[in-house]
Design a protein around this ligand. Structure first.
Ligand code: SF4
Length: 476
């Protein structure tokens, strides 16, 4: 361990604690811009918040006249144990800040409903994320935090984002920190957000120093750093950091490798923290592991054709280029087939039910708002006029879902059955009829008739041949 005791003063990252507090105070008073401290509940962000808190508690309260936001981002697919820990911490931080009169306010941001993991995967059929198609990091992590940073910067002119990033984490991290440093300043420019600057008080600390600090100095908001240490030990974990400062192509992309990332993450080949938590006795988390395995299975190249549609979401098809080069015509795959999305929803709700029964906690794996949004998308895009979300929920929980059934669409399950029957007689895809009717219904009030006609024309121009018909034609 690098930490040394010097005249009863701890030294971290080559500086003694008093000097670190002084530096934080200097940066705080060097301008009027508010601070946003990225807080994931992990060791680095906890140490950073604790340092800032301690530094500012040493200043007369009257001088503390700019706000400090402690920003925590919940992807809504975090490991429930971690969510509980962070939620409890946020409560403690806000309570202690009020009691001690420090201008600190802890806030949690979540993805927009239309951007959540389940709305995209189950609702729209986005395939489980991979390194090549990682649609989740921006939507779940970067956008919600960036939105808060931008709004705060717009309100106050500029903003300082305080992060628990450390050069020792990786060479990439060190390069990013160094690259954007402002000369003769402790601040760096934010790589993507104008009006935002980065301050990293523990940038020169080692991991041992972070733990030394946390174990030797009590949390000023009444948190339990030993509990945090135990959680890391139990989960054999790192954490998914608050990644507001990194640019595309850098480590913001590697969030999936963080062991306290989303429990569902299929970007990492071997998830570690969930397994480690289960092995250490948290067996109630098993349904999460099983559900994740189900999604991993859909990524098997040999099985993609089973789970995924032969058309893209825009209704068109494409052939795999690398296969075409070898003279093979193989259709590229689009979203998950509707049939499997319904199965995923049922299995997810079953996992939720089991977790509730086994843990005794009232844990939501998917929210009511997400269920409403999924039902809306299914009705609109899949012609799901029979309200499948309700049916699936009732099947799993044996009670009705408390969300409106008929707030969208005038068509019913009977209408759908009738269309299926007529379409079969006429040898056309019933989905084409459903899509035309849905589009007409939602667009008929458009002021310009030509817009409606264009929409209908676009639908007619989508690929409406079956997969078999296409393959027969290309093989002729
Ligand atoms: S942890 Fe995995 S699933 Fe979650 S945002 Fe990062 S890459 Fe996506």
């Amino acid at each position: 361990m690098k930490t040394r005791l010097v005249d009863k003063t701890f030294v971290f990252g080559g500086k003694n604690l008093d000097d670190i507090y002084k530096e934080i105070q200097e940066v705080y008073f060097s301008n009027n811009y508010p601070w946003i401290i990225g807080y994931s509940g992990g060791k680095d962000s906890t140490a950073t918040l604790q340092l800032v808190w301690e530094a500012l508690e040493r200043v007369p309260r009257i001088k503390l006249n700019k706000p400090i936001y402690v920003l925590s981002s919940d992807t809504l697919v975090e490991i429930p144990k971690v969510v509980n820990y962070v939620d409890k911490s946020i409560e403690l931080i806000n309570k202690a800040a009020k009691e001690k009169g420090v201008p600190i306010q802890a806030i949690k941001v979540v993805p927009e409903i239309s951007d959540t993991f389940w709305v995209n995967l189950i609702g729209r059929g986005y395939p489980a994320p991979t390194n090549e198609f990682r649609w989740c990091t921006d939507r779940l992590k970067i956008d919600p935090t960036n939105k808060f940073v931008i709004e705060t910067a717009n309100k106050y002119g500029e903003v300082i984002v305080v992060l628990g990033v450390r050069k020792a984490e990786s060479i990439n991290r060190e390069r990013t920190i160094n690259e954007h440093k402002i000369e003769d300043s402790r601040l760096s420019r934010h790589t993507t957000l104008p009006g935002a600057f980065i301050y990293a008080p523990i940038e020169d600390w080692s991991v041992d120093e972070v733990w030394d600090y946390l174990i030797n100095f009590e949390s000023p908001w009444g948190g339990n750093n030993r509990e945090l240490f135990e959680m890391y030990k139990q989960a054999n974990a790192g954490e998914c950091p608050v990644i507001v400062e990194l640019k595309e192509g850098s480590e913001s992309q590697s969030c999936g490798n963080s062991r306290f990332g989303c429990w569902i993450c299929t970007v990492v080949k071997n998830e570690k923290s969930l397994s480690a938590l289960i092995e250490s006795g948290e067996t109630w988390l098993k349904p999460l592991q099983e559900f994740r395995k189900l999604l991993v299975e859909t990524q098997d190249p040999e099985k993609k054709h089973i789970y995924r549609d032969y058309k893209r979401r825009d209704g068109n098809i494409y052939f795999l280029k690398h296969k075409e080069k070898k003279g093979i015509k193989e259709l590229g795959r689009g979203p998950y087939k509707f049939k499997y999305r319904k199965i995923f929803l049922e299995k997810l709700l079953l996992a939720e039910k089991r977790i509730r029964e086994e843990s005794g906690y009232d844990i939501n794996l998917i929210s009511q708002d997400e269920l409403i949004e999924i039902q809306r998308i299914w009705k609109l895009e899949e012609g799901d006029w029979e309200n499948s979300v309700h049916k699936i929920y009732e099947k799993v929980y044996r009670k009705s879902l408390d969300i409106p059934k008929e707030d969208i669409g005038i068509f019913s399950a009977e209408d759908r059955a009738l269309i299926e029957e007529i379409a079969k007689e006429e040898d056309i895809d019933p989905k084409l009829v459903v899509k035309l009717l849905n589009t007409y219904q939602y667009s008929r009030n458009l002021s310009r008739k030509s817009s409606l006609l264009k929409k209908l024309e676009r639908i007619l121009n989508e690929e409406w041949r079956t997969e078999e018909e296409i393959l027969n034609e290309v093989s002729r």
